[in-house]
Each structure stands twice: as structure tokens, then as C-alpha cells.
Design a protein around this ligand. Sequence first.
Ligand code: GUN
Length: 293
Amino acid sequence: MQLIDGKKIAAEIKAEIAGEVKEIYLSKGKQPHLAAILVGHDGGSETYVAGKVKDCEDCGFKSTLVRFEENVTEETLLSEVRKLNEDADVDGFIVQLPLPRHINEHKILQEIDYRKDVDGFHPVNVGRMAIGLPCFISATPFGIVELLNRYNIETAGKHCVVLGRSNIVGKPVASLLMQKNNPGDCTVTVCHSRTKDIKKYCLDADIIIAALGAPGFLNGDMVKDGAVVIDVGTTRVPSTETKSGFRLKGDVDFESVAPKCSFITPVPGGVGPMTRVALMKNTLLAGKKVIYG
Ligand code: GUN
């Protein structure tokens, strides 16, 4: 069994990005600029956004954080999105999710100029990805494919079972892995909360991508020998062993699954750091204007 070290790969990619940013700055005097809109004070969102700001510093990017209180109106948010669309100094921006219930998330995401949509959530980017055109690919699927690539994991002709059908992980990763590409060329099965007998599909899988948000869901009895297991779960569970009082638990019961695997990602230290660095990669692409000119 080989442990996939997402932390190490993400650090390598970050260093590659920082090197490139230095060159761009020396030749053009411009740093890529990422902006983030954060609504309210949700603990998880605060942590994620603080991480994004720090990643920008590490990569040599400029970053801007725009904050609104929980009771912000949809119209105010829409006008901030339009402002960032028009701001020539901002290369890319994100609206941190989830948004409060009174805000229509789809409406906000669709207002983002797809050429600045470094989260890859806009329907234009989602659609272009589905038909294999250049686009911003959302961070977690991008990070997963990059891990498979950097570990030279064979995907062509393999049966990949994706657990979960979310718009930000399950659907896009399934779409990427079925593309005529490397990594890709998989036969993909997507399982979800209404799938009957998930175990049957998992036992046939060469690659399992677990993105259900159900801590410890996948156990050793559900995995065949030699499988590759990618754990996307990051549920916060209470812990007496950490300062914060919680720890992250993946969708995979690592103890029972790891001994059966050829490759497995840990939580933390697997997909999480790759998701973070993928946003930086997209911001660099936005700064260089390589996708949409
Ligand atoms: N909330 C959880 N993950 C993400 C993400 O990748 N992007 C944004 N904007 N919000 C999130």
C-alpha cells in the first residue's frame, strides 16, 4: 500500500506557482489577483477563506477579501459580483459557499463572469468541462486528477466508482474521469444516497472516490484488493486531542481499507491540500489569461 501524500504534492505545485509568479512579476510587474466574497461568520467558511488568503501570500498573489454580514441582500451581493466582474485589476474571484438561505446561490454564481470564475462553478465552465473544452475546473476534481497524474496511477479502462453526486465533487470528477484523456478513459459508476447495494459496485471498483460527507462510510469489506481509494470526506468531528476541539474525518475507514489498497489518500493530508492549491493554479491561469484570452 502506498500513501498518496497530497500535502507534499501540493507544496511542490505551490513552489512551481510561486516561481512562475516571480517571473511574471519581473517581466510584467503584475501579480495575479484573487478576490473572495465571504458572507457571515460560519466557522468552516472563515477557516477556508483564511487558508485561501494565506495560500495567495505563499504564491505571491495579491488577494482581496470582501465581507458581508449574514443579513446581506441578494441585490447587494449581485452588485458586488458585477463590480468584481468589471474590476480590471482582479483576475479571478470566488463567492464562498454556503450562502445564507435567503440568497439564491445559483443566481449569484451565474452572475460571475465565467472568465473570472476560478472556482469553476459557472454553468459555462461546467459545460465546457463536460465536452472537453479548455475551462476552469473546480478545485477538488482538479486536485484529484492531479494526484492520479503525479502518482502515475493508470486510469484507462479502469472501473471508477464515485460515491456522491454533488455539483462540486461527484458530478465533475465523474465527468473528468470518463473523458477521453489521461487521467481519464475510465468506466465510471456514480453511486449516491438512493443507490441500492453500494457495496456491490464498490467491490468491483479499481478506483473509488468517496465524496459523500459520511464519516467512515467505506470499510474494508467494501473494497477489493489492489484498489485505489481517494477520500474526499472532511467532516468535522469532536476531538479531545486537538486545540480546536475537533478533527477532520474522511468518508473512508482508513484502518480497515488501507491494507487492501494499492494507493490511498489520508485525511487530513490527501485531497484537502490539493483542493487548496488547485484554486491557486486556476488563479495563475486567470492571471496569465491562458484559458479565455
Ligand atoms: N465551500 C466549500 N468548498 C468550496 C469551494 O471550493 N469554493 C467555494 N466558493 N465555496 C466552497
